[in-house]
Each structure stands twice: as structure tokens, then as C-alpha cells.
Design a protein around this ligand. Structure first.
Ligand code: 5GP
Length: 238
């Protein structure tokens, strides 16, 4: 059994601790929601547990489907054991339909469909406010080489294929999402971070309602019942 040790750092929605195994980390999902890159922050009771359960369910299924991930185990209702990875400082955004920043930037029709899907990168830097970055810039800054970027792209497509079909089974359209990747000690690339409605845009197939953090971002209602509904549907459509 893995034992939790000292806290290493606390992010916007997660707390990461060392464990008695140097290869493993203990990640607690917190009851916090942030928007505007952390400038707006609220406590939402039960959010951590819901996100953890959604994330664990999807990590288990996607790992079983052959995607390499950092996921190891879920020791309790609010924590995940993951393999330690050196994180790429990139937010990888994939868009199947127009929404969010893409829609406001290019003034296109809401939920315009993209085939093939659009891949975008943002440089993870709070000081710079996570700026958009392209492939050449990523390589010039030494963030990742061309081979790593090709692997990131292929894995992101694989994740998209899996998640799009998985959410469709639950009556949900996967509009867009953000992923983060890291490399393990052996140099292999894995999907890391979390797989939850904090990072996805999800739309109810039947009603068109948002089933993700946009509810919080747009002050459109209570987040907790929405996340509970996403978990319920994923569990019911296993
Ligand atoms: P947009 O660029 O339209 O704001 O976001 C595109 C997708 O990436 C959305 O699904 C959104 O949830 C996710 N995303 C973009 N930036 C962040 C971020 O800083 N944190 C989180 N949790 N998700 C993000």
C-alpha cells in the first residue's frame, strides 16, 4: 500500500504529495474552482471528489484502451496515485467544434465542426498568462523537440478518438479539451494531469446545455449537480 508523505506543491485545483515510493506521487483533487487563470477562485463542496471519480474512470478506461498514462490507482474518493513524470510546460488544446476562445477570436458560428480537429498549444507560464505558442516556437525555446511534438500530436488524436466515442455513449458531445503530457524516468511520453469537466467542454446531445466548467466561468448555475450528472452518465454507459 502506498503511503502519503510531505506535500510537494499545491496548484489551483490539486495538491501533490510525495509517497514512500520515489516513483509515485499522491494527488488530491481539491474543492476549488478557478477562472481567469486563477484570478477568480471559489470553493465548491464536493467538486474534488466528483472530478476525481470522473478522472479515475476515464484514466482507467483510456489506459485499458492502450494510451500510456500516469495513472496508477485510486486509494480513496479524493485522491489518485500517479507515476512521477517530468511535465512538458504545455497545454495541448484540441477542438472538435468552435467554442470558447476560438469562437471569440475568429467570430465563427458556435459549434462549427472541424474535421480534422484543430490542435493548439499554450505555453504554461503564470507570469506570461499562458500564451499561445506554435511548433517552431516550442522547438526554438527548447520546450520539446520535433519527435516529441509528433508523439504529443498522435497521442492527442488517440485520446480524442477515445473520448469522443466514450462521451457519445453517454449522450454528450465532446466540443474541446485541454491535455498535459509528461515523460517518465525511462523517457516515455505519458498522458498526465486530469481528465475532468474542468478541462473539457461538454454539451448535452439532447438539450445543448453545458456540462462542464463553463457553468462556473459564465456564472450560469451550480457546478456540482452538473459534474454529478456527467459522472452518473459515464457510469451508466460503461
Ligand atoms: P479555450 O481556449 O476555448 O478557453 O479552451 C479550450 C479548452 O481547453 C476548453 O475545454 C478548456 O476547458 C480547456 N482549457 C484551456 N485553458 C485551460 C486552463 O488553463 N485550465 C483548464 N483546466 N482548462 C483549460
Amino acid at each position: 500500500m502506498t503511503v502519503k508523505k510531505e506535500v510537494l506543491f499545491e496548484g489551483k485545483a490539486k495538491r501533490v504529495s510525495a509517497t514512500d515510493d520515489p516513483e509515485l506521487l499522491w494527488v488530491e483533487y481539491l474543492d476549488q474552482a478557478t477562472a481567469l487563470n486563477g484570478k477568480r477562485k471559489e470553493t465548491i463542496a464536493g467538486k474534488g471528489t466528483l472530478n476525481l471519480q470522473i478522472s479515475a474512470l476515464l484514466f482507467q478506461e483510456i489506459t485499458a484502451a492502450g494510451v500510456p498514462t500516469h495513472y496508477v490507482d485510486t486509494p480513496d474518493q479524493g485522491s489518485m496515485i500517479v507515476r512521477k513524470a517530468k511535465m512538458l510546460p504545455l497545454e495541448v488544446v484540441l477542438r472538435n467544434y468552435a467554442s470558447g476562445h476560438f469562437e471569440t477570436k475568429f467570430h465563427v458560428k458556435h459549434l462549427l465542426s472541424f474535421k480534422p480537429a484543430i490542435h493548439e498549444y499554450y505555453y504554461k507560464s503564470d507570469a506570461l498568462d499562458d500564451p499561445f505558442i506554435n511548433n517552431d516556437q516550442i522547438q526554438a525555446l527548447g520546450i520539446a523537440d520535433a519527435a516529441t511534438l509528433a508523439k504529443v500530436r498522435a497521442l492527442t488524436d488517440q485520446v480524442n478518438d477515445f473520448l469522443t466515442a466514450r462521451f457519445a455513449k453517454a449522450g454528450i458531445k465532446l466540443v474541446d479539451f485541454k491535455l498535459e503530457f509528461g515523460t517518465l524516468a525511462d523517457g516515455s511520453l505519458v498522458l498526465a494531469d486530469e481528465l475532468s469537466p474542468d478541462n473539457f467542454r461538454l454539451v448535452d446531445d439532447a438539450t445543448g446545455d453545458s456540462l462542464d466548467k463553463d457553468v462556473f466561468r459564465k456564472h450560469a448555475g451550480e457546478l456540482q449537480p452538473v459534474y454529478r450528472e456527467v459522472l452518473r452518465r459515464l457510469q451508466a454507459s460503461k
